[in-house]
Ligand binder design. Structure first.
Ligand code: GRF
Length: 206
């Protein structure tokens, strides 16, 4: 079966992008990354994509001022031209409109550095520490119109330790992110999960 064509959307560092690139290097992996799009022109992740010989596109949201639909039309245009099957958000820091999200329903994943539904939004590690959470972690989910919602595909917890700082916790959560995102993308690319049935396959697979 042909490998699914994936676009990864980033805004920054690109460590999740890296972990996806690593996974897709295996020819038996059911998806390949054919495009990396950044809304930030100097995002470090663009360098990671170029080093891996993956096509890149910059769609700078500032050029669209507050016109989100126009920004998304530009995004959709590049996705169409590259015949993208699946979109992975990986540290992509723009909110997407309901229209765009609906267009990609069941074909767009996001990674969030918390055990959703806990700690949606920003500064998740700081907030987990402030709340005295005993467990924290990361979640891959289908993207739904409401931010950091949508059916959960994969989730893995880390223990919050005495003396943890935002940085130390972030490091352990990041290791989890890098493990679960390739697993979740594989399930989607194999057609084993849908928004209506996002989890069963994961429960039986470690
Ligand atoms: C990750 O923690 C991701 O979960 C969050 O933003 C961060 C991006 O990191 N949404 P990177 O760019 O993948 O290194």
């Amino acid at each position: 079966m042909a490998r699914k064509r994936v676009a990864v959307l980033i805004s920054g560092r690109g460590s999740n992008l890296s972990s996806l690139i690593e996974a897709t290097k295996n020819q038996n992996y059911p998806a390949e990354i054919v495009l990396v799009i950044s809304n930030v022109p100097d995002a470090a992740g663009l360098g990671i994509a170029r080093a891996a010989d993956i096509a890149t596109a910059v769609i700078d949201h500032r050029e669209f001022s507050k016109d989100r639909p126009a920004f998304e039309r530009a995004l959709q245009d590049v996705l169409d031209k590259n015949q993208i099957d699946i979109v992975c958000l990986a540290g992509f820091m723009r909110l997407l409109t309901g229209n765009f999200v609906k267009q990609w329903e069941g074909r767009m994943l996001n990674i969030h550095p918390a055990l959703l539904p806990a700690f949606k939004g920003l500064h998740t590690h700081r907030r987990a520490l402030e709340a005295g959470a005993k467990e924290h972690g990361a979640t891959v989910h289908f993207v739904a119109p409401e931010m950091d919602s949508g059916p959960i595909v994969a989730q893995e917890a880390v223990e919050v330790r005495d003396g943890d700082t935002e940085d130390s916790l972030a490091r352990r959560v990041l290791a989890v992110e890098h493990r679960i995102y390739p697993r979740a993308l594989k399930l989607l690319a194999e057609g084993r999960i849908t928004p209506a049935n996002p989890g069963n396959a994961v429960l039986t697979e470690k």
